[in-house]
Ligand binder design. Sequence first.
Ligand code: ADP
Length: 470
Amino acid sequence: MKIAFCSSEVFPFVKTGGLADVCGALPLALEKLGIEVSIFLPFYKSIDVTKFKIEKVAAHVSKTTLGNNIQVYFIANDKYFGRDGIYGNKEGDYPDNLERFQFFCEQTLEFLNESKWNPDVVHCHDWQTALIPVYLKERYKKEDVFKNTKSLLTIHNLAYQGVFPKKEFGKLKLPEELFGLKGFEFFGKINLLKAGIVYADGLNTVSPQYAKEIQTKEFGCGLEGVIGSRKNSVVGILNGLDYTVWNPQVDPWLEYKYSAGDSLENKRKNKAKLQEKLQLPIREEVPLFGFVGRLTHQKGIDLILEAIDDLVDLDLQLVIQGIGESKYHTMLDTLNMRYPKDVALCLTFDEQMAHQIYAGSDLFLMPSTFEPCGLSQMISLRYGTIPIVYNTGGLTDSIKEFNSRTQTGNGFLFADYTKASFVDVVKRALAIYQNKNQFNQLIANAFTSDFSWDHSAKEYQKLYQCLPSA
Ligand code: ADP
């Protein structure tokens, strides 16, 4: 079976969030199942060409390999990708994002067509590649290469849809009549994700719970009707984690390696190191909470800010790492001045720092307002760091409340999105933290939670095999 994997981010080449982690890890897991995978992504300026052996193979295409023999193709165009940002800069999204990702989708299919590599499935991810299912049916259906090709669209986050003014429709090189209720039209604008949802042969999202939620008004972001009309085709497959990238036993960014079987002495040493690096008081007994995520409303930054006085009163330390909306950068900056001994900030994108936070923290905050899957809670578990999450989406599917009587569960959940319940769940977690036996049991449960890709990759394989005929 041959899969063309198309994504705007792929780890280790370029990453702004979990999409990159997934698109870097799932192909490796599929390859282990004997599936032939090629990956396509834009050749951004930020990709470090000194780190990878990249060679030019066509006018707009360069190539490297990943895993054993996964071909990774970079679609190049300096006009579109020769800039610092991936999707935008400080002023916001790039105004020519429709052209940029149209170019990416078109050139990917052109390259496949010319190289005669006939994929069984083109697996697309999010709005940036949602044009591909449309192009396959409207522009490439007569091409021999794609005679038996089906398309799968994975929705990693329905809140991002690729919405553009109607006047740009001509740039998509499609017949005018496709701008309609049954095509791209969404409240008078072009909506790329919507068109992808309509055209893709298969549709899935990244957790079973989110697959249900996106069919409701509350989480459907206006597309619940379109998704509902294809409800028999919407599958939820929980993301996995690349357990070779995220492994405290061999993590090159940790000074002190550790694993489930250890005494946790090294985890404590990582905590002290982190406190030192963050210029927080080096106190072993104080619970250190971590947060790593994009600074957007979705990730719960507003709730953390609202609750901060109450949290700090509980005698804990908190480190917040993230980049995102400038208003949050401003609001967080003042926090550090108010609580220099309790709150530390790292407002940069820094992979090494993230690993050190996952390892050095005792507990991890993830009060996302919604969460398609979430990888940070899974990473925390892998590092023996206990997640505290809102009961939504993939967080519901991956975290179970710790029960001190039965000694089961791997974290803490709150179900009302209010400051009171958030502070309450933190207190509940602290009560367990103070009881060393209980907390050690909880850490042991975290370590045994298994979110490796082995299981979910098999589900993708099944999905590829049973997509309806193109
Ligand atoms: P999302 O994809 O919605 O951003 P996920 O929880 O699925 O959220 O994945 C987030 C990924 O991005 C994790 O690997 C997390 O460690 C990483 N990440 C987020 N912000 C930063 C940052 N500022 N620096 C380093 N890594 C980050």
